[in-house]
Design a protein around this ligand. Structure first.
Ligand code: ADP
Length: 564
């Protein structure tokens, strides 16, 4: 703006000065020309009067100075000329001033030289004999006058240009300063130019609107990032070149990527081929999914293109932790194959023996023992099926809960009495100690938990050994500890004994009836109540299983809900 004002001032000044020079020169030129014409007319009148009186002697004998005097006959022939030989001059009757003088008594005209630098002014008067006396004088033309004054004009122009330059700088700065000083964030109308008031008022309103929109934008951005940050799923939004526009921290955590690297593309988050292909598919306009393995587990990646009018404007990528899902899937597959295997073994035995019996291939004395084998295998099948049913019930998180107040001491006493026969068979003694601690839960499931622990304490005990059940509590927690004097469990197996169908020593365990599902039921039972179970064991000395359950009813319910 300063530059524009400055240039305008300079241009106006230049034009004004130039116009002034032209006008002044013009005025003075016209004034001079008028004066010269008057003086020429006067001279012509005097000379013509003198010539009329004294004839050609006057003309020949007089020095006319810079004036040129010509005597022209009525027919146009030049009779005398003060600066040229009359014989060399042609007929003058066609000269404008001569023509006029012959016609009306006097005439004048002016003619420019070839270069337009000089002008000759003529004045002619008819004298009494009908001839014409013409006087002419050379004058400077307007252009010649301008050229003559060029030097002082250039000096004046330069001085004026400098003055207008300095004043243009000062004026333009003075004009622009108040505009520059306007605080655009808080424009004050009274301090500025009146003419700017509507603009500043508009600016003030627009500022208010922009501020409100900025606040709204910031709020919605904050809300968006609050929502996306609270998501456990990873979310990445990228442009069509895969440059990340927005993302949440879960995306980085799940993909095991580092924030703040120089590479800002989605590809930098995971370098696997599947991930790259998945993203490229989405960039190509196709929704794509893949499962990738990271150091911390399996991730499902879903990449969708964001299209508008068949053009991919960007991509949206979801990252979901599917480790548990995949583990469950693996467990389900293993469980099915284990169940089939465990069912097949006793069924094969039963089928084999009954086939032999049906074909009369068995001696009469062996029938009894083979029948008891069939019974044992059938027993095993029933136990297995019962365990599977118990587990599947525990797996059904949606099944309605039938919780009640359960006295763990009384329940333990009941379980021990149910196991008296098998304890006696193994010559194992049982002891129950502790307090009447009540929890809010499923009597049936808690009964199964205690039963399986006590059953194992007898099964994996030595001849003449013992086991104890202790019911105690600490603030907010009930504790059931089942300890035995049995074989113990080697350290390396302790972390796996709660898995389905896991048996520590398969060959030895085969002699001991079991399905490998008992401790799995215990763990699920504890989970169901929002509790935990752990084992402590010393090989050759015995094992303790410690089950901790929340006492507080609400807490129990809450934790149980989250566990399910
Ligand atoms: P099972 O039906 O084989 O008893 P469980 O799930 O109850 O299945 O137990 C898994 C494995 O843990 C058992 O096969 C056994 O090897 C070991 N185990 C469980 N309880 C005890 C215990 N009290 N003492 C020693 N080993 C045990």
């Amino acid at each position: 703006m300063t530059k524009k004002i400055f240039l305008s001032i300079i241009a106006v000044s230049f034009l004004a000065v130039t116009a002034a020079i032209f006008l002044l020169t013009g005025v003075s030129y016209s004034h001079n020309a008028d004066e010269a014409a008057d003086s020429l007319r006067l001279n012509c009148t005097i000379i013509s009067s003198a010539a009329e009186l004294n004839g050609d002697e006057y003309l020949v004998g007089t020095d006319f100075g810079s004036l040129r005097v010509t005597w022209i006959s009525e027919s146009g022939q030049v009779l005398f000329d003060s600066s040229r030989d009359p014989l060399q001059l042609d007929d003058h009757s066609d000269r404008k001033e001569v023509e006029e003088a012959l016609r009306s008594g006097s005439g004048n005209s002016e003619r420019y030289s070839d270069t337009l630098m000089t002008k000759t002014v003529y004045y002619a008067v008819r004298i009494s004999d009908g001839s014409v006396i013409r006087v002419s004088d050379e004058q400077m033309s307007f252009a010649a006058m301008l050229l003559k004054n060029l030097q002082p004009l250039v000096v004046i122009l330069t001085v004026l240009a400098l003055c207008s330059l300095i004043s243009a700088i000062m004026i333009s700065r003075r004009i622009v300063r108040p505009i520059n000083d306007i605080d655009l964030d808080h424009p004050k109308i009274e301090k500025s130019y009146k003419e700017l008031s509507p603009l500043l008022e508009k600016l003030r309103k627009q500022n208010g609107r922009i501020n409100r929109q900025m606040i709204e934008l910031r709020q919605s951005r904050e809300q968006f990032s609050l929502i996306t940050e609270s998501m456990s799923e990873g979310l990445i939004i990228a442009d069509q070149k895969a440059n990340i526009l927005t993302s949440n921290s879960s995306a980085y955590t799940l993909l095991g990527a580092e924030c703040g690297t120089d590479d800002h593309t989605v590809f930098s988050l995971c370098r696997t081929e599947q991930f790259r292909r998945c993203i490229q598919d989405a960039m190509g306009g196709r929704r794509s999914e893949c499962i990738i393995s990271t150091d911390s587990g399996k991730r499902s990646v879903i990449a969708s293109p964001a299209n508008s009018h068949d053009t991919v404007n960007g991509i949206v990528v979801f990252v979901i932790d599917v480790t548990e899902q995949q583990q469950l899937e693996t467990m389900r597959r293993e469980f099915t194959s284990n169940v089939s295997h465990e069912l097949k073994t006793p069924l094969t035995t039963i089928y084999g023996i009954s086939d032999m019996l049906a074909n009369g291939m068995v001696k009469a004395e062996d029938v009894g023992s083979l029948s008891s084998d069939i019974r044992n295998e059938a027993d095993r099948l029933i136990t297995l099926i019962n365990d599977i049913v118990s587990l599947s019930k525990l797996d059904e998180s949606s099944a309605p809960r039938q919780d009640e107040e359960v006295d763990l001491y009384d329940l333990s006493a009941e379980v021990i009495s149910r196991l008296q026969i098998s304890a006696k068979e193994k010559n194992v003694t049982a002891e129950l100690t502790g307090d009447h601690v009540t929890v809010f839960g499923s009597r049936t499931i808690l009964g199964e938990v205690i039963f399986n622990l006590c059953d194992n304490a007898i099964k994996y005990n030595r001849e003449g050994g013992s086991f104890s059940v202790k019911v105690s509590h600490i603030p907010m927690k009930a504790i059931i500890t089942v300890s035995d004097t049995g074989t113990g469990i080697p350290e390396k197996h302790l972390s796996r004994i709660f898995e389905r169908f896991y048996r520590v020593d398969k060959s030895r365990s085969r002699k001991i009836k079991g399905t490998g599902l008992g401790l799995s039921i215990v763990k699920h039972g504890a989970d169901y109540h929002g509790g935990t179970v752990r084992a402590e064991s010393t090989v050759g000395k015995g094992t303790s299983f410690i089950v901790e359950l929340p006492i507080d009813k609400q807490h129990g319910e809450r934790t149980a809900e989250s566990a399910s």
